[in-house]
Each structure stands twice: as C-alpha cells, then as structure tokens.
Design a protein around this ligand. Structure first.
Ligand SMILES: O=c1[nH]cnc2c1ncn2[C@@H]1O[C@H](CO)[C@@H](O)[C@H]1O
Length: 459
C-alpha cells in the first residue's frame, strides 16, 4: 500500500494466516474428490465372481466426469458471481458457501458407510461434486474480491494457500492408506479431514472482522462493513444492505479504499469483478480494448489449463505401477497426486524469483504451446486399461519425471500469465484485466476437462 502511515500492523501475521487458510479452503472440494479417485472407482467398478466367472461391471469414466462436473460449475458460477450475485451480501456468500460445502463433505463421509447400487452411487456422487464445486466457485470469487482490498502480498498468500490444498489432500490420502484401518474406516477418516478443514476455514472467516488490521482495510468497503457488523446476525438485513451497497459481488469498485489499493501485479484480486461495473466508469477502457492488449496472456492461461486438465487427473490417475506389491497402494497418491501438487506449487513459487521469458517475448506463448507434448508423453505411460496405444514409459521413474516437468511448467506458466496480464494495460485497467484473466483461467479448466474424454478413450 502507498504511504499509509496510520495503517495498523498485522499482529502476529494473523490476517495472513486467515487468508492462507481461506485459500486452502477454496480448493479443498476439487482436490479431495480428485485424490480419492481410487476409492470412488473401487465402489463403482467392482468385480464380482458369479459361478466362478469374474464379471467386470460397466466403465463409468469417473475421473472424466469428476473433472468436467467440477470445472463446468466453476466457469458458470464465475460468470454468475459477476452478474447475478450483486444482490447477495458477501458474508452470506462466503459463510453460506462454506456451510453447504461442509454439509456436502459430511454427506460424502456418511455415504462411505452406506451400501448403495453402483448406478445410484455414481449419480449421488456426481450431484455432490456439481454442487460442492458450485459453492466452491462462489466462495472463491467472493474471496478474490475481498483479498483485493488488502495489500498485494495477501493475494500471494491466498494463492499459496490454494496451491497447498492439493498437497494437503494427497497427504491425507497417504495417511489413510498407511493406517492399518480397514478400507471403510480409512475412507471415512479421509473425508472427515475436509469437514474439519472447512470448519477451520469458516472460523478464519469469522475471526477476520475481529482483527484490527483486517477491519482497517476491509471496512472501507461498505460491502464488508455491512457483512461483518450486522449481517452475520440477521439474514434480512443482509439482503437489504447488499442491495443498498449494490456491489456485493466481490468486486472492489467504488469503495473509498479503491484509490489506495495498488494495482494488482498478479491480477488475481480483481478476479470475478463485475465487468459491467468497470465498463460503466467512463475513464476506463472497454473490456474489448483491454482484451486486445492482453489476449496473448489470456490465450496462455487458457492453453496451460487446457493441457493440464486434459490429462490430469483423467489419464494420469489410471497409470499403474511397474512394481506390484506393497508399493502399489501408495503409487498413485505419491507419483501422481503428491508429485503434481508439490511441483505445481513449486512452479508458482519460483515466479517470485525467476520471470522468464519476459512478457513481450514470442517465446512465452511458444513455450506454453509446446507443453502440448506432455499429452502424448503421459498417454504413453502405463495407463490401464488401454485399447490403442503402446506403453513407451512403463517405468515408475519415467512417469514421475514426466509428471514433475508437467506440473512445474503448469504452475509456472499459469502464475506468470496471471501476473503479466495486468502489467500490459494501464494501471486503471488492471482490474478489468484481472477479471478477464480469471474468466479465461476457468475457461481453460473447462475445455481441458471436456477434452479429457476423447483423450482417455484414445489411450
Ligand atoms: O477453482 C480453481 N481455481 C484455480 N485453480 C484451479 C481450480 N481448480 C483447479 N485448479 C488448478 O488446476 C490444477 C489441477 O488441479 C491445479 O493447478 C489447480 O490449482
């Protein structure tokens, strides 16, 4: 922040910790469902022996549907959060989403103990995934708006928390497998973890208004003021205030704090901002004008996530180890999920020190496009079952090395594109650039999820 001598200190870095946890909380749904793919597939593709013959049940393409039904609501609700949700207060959207996410995780945990026909289990799980990710998208959009009111480093902290959610899920899965508990109890323990995680996330949100540092920045936004003072207590006043303030959609426009909020170099804080509102302000360039300046970066973020989601997890989660035995149980959690998430997080973090190629460089989009080689490379790993392609990289080490490069480059290029875009426009248009980039991020995730169907079938 510029010259804020009167600004209070973040005592004990508590606000930072809260936003880290809030970031982690937003990606718990996606990561906990994805990492548990073996549990879900185990319940769906059961093999039964009847009269001595083994009957293999139908293929559900669980990973594909899980990916699509997680990322489509993200795209839809990213848009809805910008246009339709201006009437619902921020406190309602954040606390409400967290409560619904908690209930849905709880339902998933309960279902571990409920025997069910496979078709029905598939439908219930898919409905859960759709709704949990819809609430997740509203939560994420609202929080991006909120973190935008704080100094810039808080959005890095928030993104860092998001990056750690996958690692958290992978470690929870490893502990569940390593525990000697029989598989049902292990699965129950696994799904209780995000319930606890969501409660802690909710507590972090509720603590925020009590911290002086957060009050100082966030209360400047009338949205948050209303949200934190009255609205948690009374639902009716929530809606009323939301209407009065008219910008309860997580956007950071028109608040007294606006002039003092730095333009966001990483372009994430203005994410989900109402494009319409920005457009209305005369001095600012139109969305189309901004897009013309940042289209290369918009293309890059879309392309990176398209490549990433087209094979991860739909293809990579079906890779089998070349060392059968005890290792078999741990292989997927370690070499696929933990590997991806640690390296994705590493790739994002490296951008703090290394920013190469520069934003004008033609090499940047060229490198992003060249990531497409990871698609055939991963398809040629030991994916089972397979119909058409040969296995070229049967060894676990080869798969792990490809995964490491795939995920580091994913995190690295996503983070660079997101931070370059706002730098390509004038500071007054940085918000619009951030919002546009977030839309393209979600678009890339959805296109990748859709592509994962033909790619998995081609293997
Ligand atoms: O909702 C989201 N917002 C931002 N990034 C996401 C979201 N869902 C998934 N990913 C990103 O997709 C990759 C594979 O898991 C990871 O990089 C993860 O951060």
């Amino acid at each position: 922040m510029k010259g804020r001598a009167d600004a209070p200190q973040d005592q004990g870095y508590l606000v930072g910790i809260c936003f880290f946890i809030l970031g982690l909380g937003t990606l718990l749904p996606w990561n906990f469902f994805m990492t548990a793919s073996l549990y879900f597939q185990g319940r769906l593709n059961t093999t039964e022996s009847s009269n001595g013959t083994v009957v293999v049940h139908k293929e559900y393409y669980f990973n594909n549907w899980m990916t699509l039904l997680s990322q489509l609501p993200l795209l839809l609700f990213t848009l809805l959060n910008s246009f339709l949700y201006q009437r619902i207060s921020e406190a309602m959207r954040i606390a409400g989403s967290l409560v619904f996410i908690l209930l849905l995780f709880f339902l998933t945990a309960v279902l571990v103990k409920v025997p069910m026909k496979e078709d029905r289990f598939f439908s219930v799980t898919m409905a859960t995934i759709w709704f949990i990710n819809s609430f997740g998208a509203v939560l994420q959009g609202s929080l991006f708006g909120l973190v935008g009111l704080l100094p810039q480093k808080y959005s890095t902290v928030f993104m860092s928390g998001q990056g750690l959610a996958g690692t958290f899920a992978a470690i929870a899965m490893l502990l569940a497998i390593a525990s000697d508990a029989e598989s049902e109890s292990a699965a129950l323990g696994y799904f209780i973890t995000p319930c606890v995680g969501t409660v802690i996330t909710l507590c972090s949100y509720l603590i925020l208004p009590r911290l002086e540092f957060a009050q100082y920045y966030l209360n400047k936004s009338s949205t948050y003021e209303a949200g934190t003072k009255d609205e948690l207590l009374s639902e009716s006043s929530t809606v009323e205030n939301g209407k009065l303030n008219g910008h309860a959609n997580g956007s950071v426009t028109s608040s007294p704090a606006e002039a003092e909020v730095d333009p966001r170099p990483d372009g994430t804080a203005q994410a989900f901002l109402s494009l319409e509102q920005v457009d209305r302000e005369q001095a600012k360039a139109s969305v189309i004008e901004v897009f013309k300046k940042i289209w290369v970066m918009a293309f890059c973020v879309t392309f990176v996530f398209t490549v990433t989601l087209s094979v991860f997890p739909a293809v990579t989660a079906d890779v089998k180890t070349s060392f059968p035995g005890k290792w078999d149980r741990f292989f997927l959690s370690v070499c696929c999920f933990l590997m991806f998430n640690i390296n994705d997080w590493l790739g994002r973090t490296i951008t703090t020190f290394i920013r190469w190629p520069c934003k004008e460089s033609r090499l940047f989009p060229a490198l992003v496009v060249s990531r497409v080689v990871f698609i055939p490379l991963l398809m040629l790993c030991n994916v089972q079952t397979r119909s058409y392609l040969p296995v070229y990289f049967a060894h676990d080490g080869a798969f792990t090395a490809i995964m490491a490069l795939f995920s580091v480059s994913s995190g690295y290029f996503v983070c660079l594109s997101m931070s370059y875009a706002p730098q390509l426009v004038e500071p007054k248009d940085a918000e619009t650039a951030g919002a546009l980039m977030t839309f393209f991020l979600a678009l890339g995730l959805s296109i990748g999820a859709a592509l994962s169907f033909p790619l998995r079938a081609l293997v």
